[in-house]
Write a protein that binds this ligand. Sequence first.
Ligand code: HEC
Ligand code: HEC
Length: 487
Amino acid sequence: MTLFSTLLAALGCGLIAGVFFGFSSFVMPALARLGPAQGVRAMQSINVVVLNRWFLGVLLGTALVCCGLALSALGAWAEPGAWVRFAGACLYLAGTISVTSLYHVPRNQALARLPADSPEAERFWPEYVAGWSLWNHVRGASAFVAGALLIFALLGLSGCRGPLRPIAPPGAMTPVEHLSELGIFEGDPAKQVPRPGFVAYDVNASLYADGARKRRFVYVPAGSRIQTSSDRWQLPVGSYLVKTFSFPRDLRDPMLGERLIETRFLVRTEDGFTASTYVWNDAQTDARASRGDLDVPVAWIDERGVRRDQVFHVPSTSQCAACHADRALGFRSRQLDHVAEYADGTHDQIAHFERIGLIDQRPPAHLVLSDPASEAPLAARARSYLDANCSHCHGAGGSAERTDLFWDLEHTTSAELPSCRSTRSIDGRDRVLVPGYPEQSEFLARMRSDNPRVHMPRGPAKLPDPTGIALLSTWVASLPAQRCESD
Ligand code: HEC
Ligand code: HEC
């Protein structure tokens, strides 16, 4: 409906602009050449004939449609392009209709009252032509610009700028080559300021990624909402999940900025999630679609001022499924329930989602992960770390489900821990977890190992996480000591 009325209004504006353009460019100059008596007679005739249903139909019909458009745009202000529609419609009403009724109509009526051969007409004519022409330029130009704005709004409505095009995975028939083509980030893309509609969010316990920082954004198409639940949330078709990895240049000085490495996408389609990644160029001006599986060298300075050189491994897009298995992994009540900083203060993140209409309702009672770097109790931090870094594989539906070794929050209570569970020996340790004895626990040996065949967590991150290993070691040491019987 809006599409049709915008089209109608744009065409009406164009037609009216054309009529007034004719008057400005040749009709008025031609009449001015005739001299007062003939000029006045011709103009009087035009002013009588112009009041016909065709011309008035287009002039006033367009005005009526513009009134409707302006009101509907006000009612849907949040929609992309609403203001363009509003501006176009108002410009026609103010610049064309008001000028016509406040200036031209009274002038024409004054002219109609004068006999063409009278001395008054002779005096009135030059002044009439000059003023009439000037204001005709104004109403013609207004109709023209209004038409242009409405065409612009039309392009948005018909999908040229409105809903995003789904990102074809790299290697597909029509991949979107450059991140900039997607129009997600506004201004300098390296600043990662998303266009309206994209919502920044954060998780309680982030997956360790060789020390990279992450920014996350979610986009849900207008009119749909995320369905919450006590555990995993359901994203509507057309949702975009975006995660950008970066390294600060110098941890001691945030002003030095950061080096963006890759921006990953999961796009929810009818058949599940499409995964893709875009790797940033050195100039940090844009990122290119990549099949991944490449090493990007990064250098940064840590909090002690020591220069760190490492490689960041961008996973192959065929590896995303090993962890994701067609699921969004951070969209869980346990990961999103926390208090965060927003432009207007500190809020509960879920309440924020509710307020901006991102979710259908607050999730029912649920488990919550703790930030492993927070002041939360040791066990909560350690178990949250395991849930966030291991349970996408070692959990229901995960790729390590067949090991029957689960690291989600539900399976790390003292009753469920894999204490003394025997396993393939790694560096002489053959029990997954020995309570009280971190140095004898095989899972910690795997986490410390730089042998990619045994290293855990399996995945693109290659470097052992010293902070995570320290946290888990302290936790295992704090568990009531237990001697495992030999089999
Ligand atoms: C080692 C496991 C692993 C691999 C491999 C992996 N991811 Fe993820 N990903 C996660 C986890 C865990 C989260 C949720 C926690 C977070 O956001 O830090 C996540 C989050 C995301 C998110 C944010 C939305 C969400 O699911 O919560 C996107 C987007 C994403 N991953 C894309 C990708 C893409 C694309 C690939 C492949 C190029 C990929 N991931 C490979 C584990 C993985
Ligand atoms: C990308 C998926 C993935 C992630 C993430 C992952 N694992 Fe594994 N894990 C596996 C697979 C597959 C196996 C079975 C093959 C093997 O033993 O190497 C396994 C095996 C193990 C085993 C031996 C299991 C046994 O049968 O005794 C341990 C212990 C283990 N993982 C610990 C962890 C820990 C701790 C984490 C998190 C810090 C983790 N894993 C994260 C995929 C994963």
